[in-house]
Design a protein around this ligand. Structure first.
Ligand SMILES: C[S@@+](CC[C@H](N)C(=O)[O-])C[C@H]1O[C@@H](n2cnc3c(N)ncnc32)[C@H](O)[C@@H]1O
Length: 244
């Protein structure tokens, strides 16, 4: 379905640009052709209300295909690139959140919150390469840290970075399989698309009095107990929710 929507942006944009090139010679210029197609594909993506991370994908898709063909790389390069991107972005094509990394300011704010909460158990749902989970495990040796990540490459990096940390576990699994009732604090940096399902499970399964921290995306229909604004490059906002 997600792939079909992406095609529904790319294909009409391509046909329209081919049509324009038929009537208007300016579109014979590769740059004009490629960027008109990309621009139209982005327009389609906005119309279909795809998540914002599709914008760079649509913008770069046809220009990248063009560049790779002009470079005439050996065939195994294509396989290598596809396999590497698949291992990094694993479920993105099915609608999972792609890999974005939290800043060190976010990691420090989470550490401070865990200290205030006297948390002994912590989970990062979709831990990526461990940008938050690793500093937490290093700074709070009393806290058991579980980093859930199902994309193979990020998981491998997180597991490698956590080797030797006795309070750190990197699980290469869907975080919906986690027992949310185990944790004193859960952190997630996901997407608006993921928030309804995640916050519904958090509300149902986390123990009363525990804390859920959502980076960047608020949980729908839930009043945060506090909101923390980071001074990092992305001006990240942390939404903190107390479980009733
Ligand atoms: C935006 S990144 C955040 C990475 C890390 N938490 C951080 O703050 O730097 C989201 C990560 O969640 C992972 N992810 C998305 N859905 C998942 C799921 N259902 N189970 C496990 N990991 C998931 C993605 O593979 C991606 O690496």
């Amino acid at each position: 379905m997600i792939l079909l929507r992406a095609l529904a942006c790319q294909m009409p944009a391509l046909l329209l640009t081919v049509g324009l090139a038929y009537w208007l010679p300016i579109f014979h210029h590769p740059i004009v052709f490629l960027f008109s197609q990309s621009g139209l594909a982005v327009g389609g993506s906005l119309l279909l209300r795809q998540p914002t991370w599709w914008i760079p994908i649509h913008l770069l898709f046809l220009p990248s295909v063009f560049v790779f063909f002009t470079l005439a790389l050996p065939a195994w390069w294509y396989l290598f690139i596809v396999v590497t991107l698949t291992l990094i972005f694993w479920g993105t094509i099915r609608g999972d959140v792609p890999l974005f990394l939290s800043s060190s300011e976010v990691a420090q704010a989470v550490i401070t919150l865990l200290q205030q909460e006297h948390a002994l158990t912590f989970a990062d749902l979709g831990a990526g390469v461990g940008s938050v989970a690793i500093p937490v495990a290093k700074n709070l040796p009393e806290t058991q840290v579980e980093a859930w990540e199902r994309a193979p490459f990020p998981w491998l990096i997180s597991a490698w970075r956590g080797r030797g940390l006795l309070n750190y576990t990197a699980s290469r699994r869907n975080f919906f399989a986690a027992d949310f009732a185990k944790y004193d604090v859960i952190f997630a940096f996901l997407s608006p698309l993921a928030m309804p399902d995640v916050s519904e499970k958090i509300k149902r399964k986390m123990r009363s009095g525990t804390l859920f921290i959502s980076s960047s995306f608020p949980a729908p229909d839930w009043q945060p107990e506090s909101i923390l604004r980071m001074n990092d490059r992305r001006k990240t906002v942390l939404y903190c929710y107390r479980i009733d």
